[in-house]
Design a protein around this ligand. Sequence first.
Ligand code: PLP
Length: 350
Amino acid sequence: MQISQLSRKNVQALTPYQSARRLGGNGDVWLNANEYPTSPNFDLINRTFNRYPEAQPADVVNGYAQYAGVKPENVIVTRGGDESIELIIRAFCEPSDSVLYCPPTYGMYSVSAETCGVALKIVPLTADFQLNLPEIERNLDSVKVVFVCSPNNPTGTFIKRSDLLKLLQITAGRAIVVVDEAYIEFCPEATMVSELTNFPHLAIIRTLSKAFALAGLRCGFTIANEELIGVLQKVIAPYPLPVPVSDIAAQALTEQGLNEMKQRVANVLENRAWLIEQLKTIPNVMEIFDTETNYVLVKFQDGQKVFKALWEKGIILRDQHKALGLQNCIRISIGTKEELERVVEAIKAV
Ligand SMILES: *Cc1c(COP(=O)(O)O)cnc(C)c1O
């Protein structure tokens, strides 16, 4: 009897999330995880390590609530946005319930659902990367949580606000609608936060990993009405955030931290515009999808050839060839100007 055979059946069947780090590569240009290309610098202020931390560090909760325009009761801090995803499934889904999601989208919704042994209902996005609402409505039986990513990873596109509102209407009283806003800092006007007063079943996921340039910190949030947050508080680990994490997160949420974040966003948007202009001139490029984020999805004549050629030069991008409907597509995170120059040069050389 092998130990792995003692694990739950769904865990035995599970294919773990193919994170950028797991996929490896031997690069000096890393543009495969939508990280910010340089690190902010922080010193620790709190050096008390012998005591357990606060369950929900007040300065982080208050700082994030103020930044997001909600009350502290509307915020729970988690170990990255990824923990928020699993927490919502664990708190709301019975084994007989299911989770609905709309590929091509972020891979962790299905991985977390499978880990929890919860069934998946898959309703692909339409050809223009929007919700297929009639099909979602037909599939709502037994669905407890619907995940929508907007702006969507890996396409970079928005889900129409009017469609999100219709989704909230057809799910009222029966399921939680999670809107994953991991990239909202790059298009802040698209946030659904203002709808929280209308929809008690809306949960919004956020993170410090992208515009805040703190992917290594592991700090994320769920924003929702107090009752929903209360449910998540019941199931979250007792001390989810290490002292150094909350210390740095609180600093990132000060006025100065927020100004630096906005500066970073402006820088990303400038570099993104430059990259898109360059890509338009390359014959091998078939389509550059609209983007509201810190990455751009590009369709090539032979995407896999481009991906491999750059990989061999130490330029690590994210291959999307196997994602639903994204044959020959590559996702390119916006790096420094120098990194993007190397990308452009290398693509031209393929
Ligand atoms: C990056 C990302 C997250 C969360 O990442 P964490 O690093 O766990 O905070 C959540 N959703 C999407 C779509 C993402 O791209």
